[in-house]
Design a protein around this ligand. Structure first.
Ligand code: PGA
Length: 262
């Protein structure tokens, strides 16, 4: 009897996953003027499924209504955890809220490496954003040396432990993780499907241990219209965070198409 129930649970879980469209998120980084962003949206045409775009601030502010109209979830690539004050060059959560943003990107490896963003700061940002009712997409990833030396498991676990410290149970549904191996970002060569399967299996287990939940886990790092179907069919992959290929509407559209499950 118990076994039957278990089989049933497994079947239902598999069915639920098979039917769940993948999340397709574009990180525009420091690309796309307002004009270019508008042209992109016009060429992209109507979208369905869970599509997100993280544009630069100026494009975000001007095109917020356009994203909303098209059902695209949008948000900034970075923000400060303080509400206001003398922090030249920074953007606060109330400013972001005014634009109707939903999901905020945090901890991208380029922010960690070029702007020395620490896990302590990332943790504060996550706490502040969740308190304000936003959802966040936290990026984690190891560098090539850490991958080759086999330290990657420790590195990724530490990032998750530190960045998610103090996460309250009621905020867990507002968290998404993007696993982005640094060595695969912008290189044109993604991690192999074997590496993705192994890493996502490990990260799902760590996340379940830390939160007791099945947190959505995206893969990022040279995802394009050619490899998206293969990567998207790896167990444990709930979507993509895409840099380069998210700048070309025809490529982004193809990735959205292969991400549909229903
Ligand atoms: P890429 O970037 O798709 O150009 O490798 C991914 C990212 O940095 O989010």
């Amino acid at each position: 009897m118990e076994q039957k129930n278990l089989d049933q649970i497994i079947r239902e879980t598999v069915a639920r996953y098979m039917n769940r469209s993948l999340i397709v998120a574009g990180n525009w980084k420091m690309n796309m003027t307002v004009r270019e962003g508008m042209e992109f949206l016009e060429k992209l045409g109507p979208v369905d499924g869970k599509v997100m775009i993280f544009p630069p601030y100026t494009t975000l502010a001007v095109l917020a209504g356009e994203f909303r109209k098209r059902g695209i979830i949008y948000g900034p690539q970075n923000f400060h955890y303080k509400e206001s004050g003398a922090y030249t060059g920074e953007i606060s959560l109330p400013m972001i809220k005014e634009l109707g943003c939903d999901c905020l990107l945090v901890g991208h490896s380029e922010r960690r490496s070029y702007y020395n963003e620490t896990d302590e700061e990332i943790q504060k940002k996550i706490q502040a954003a969740l308190k304000e009712g936003f959802s966040v997409m936290l990026c984690i990833g190891e560098n090539l040396e850490e991958r080759k030396s086999g330290q990657w498991k420790n590195v990724l676990r530490k990032q998750l432990e530190k960045d998610l410290e103090g996460l309250s149970t009621d905020r867990i549904p507002y968290i998404q993780i993007a696993y982005e191996p640094i060595w695969a970002i912008g290189t044109g060569v993604s991690a192999s499907t074997e590496e993705i399967i192994e890493t996502h299996r490990y990260l799902k287990a760590v996340l379940s241990e830390l939160t007791g939940s099945d947190i959505p886990l995206l893969y990022g790092g040279s995802v394009n219209e050619k490899n998206a179907a293969d990567i998207g069919s790896c167990p444990g992959v709930d979507g993509f965070l895409i840099g380069g290929a998210s700048l070309k509407p025809e490529k982004f559209r193809k990735i959205i198409e292969v991400s549909k499950r229903e």
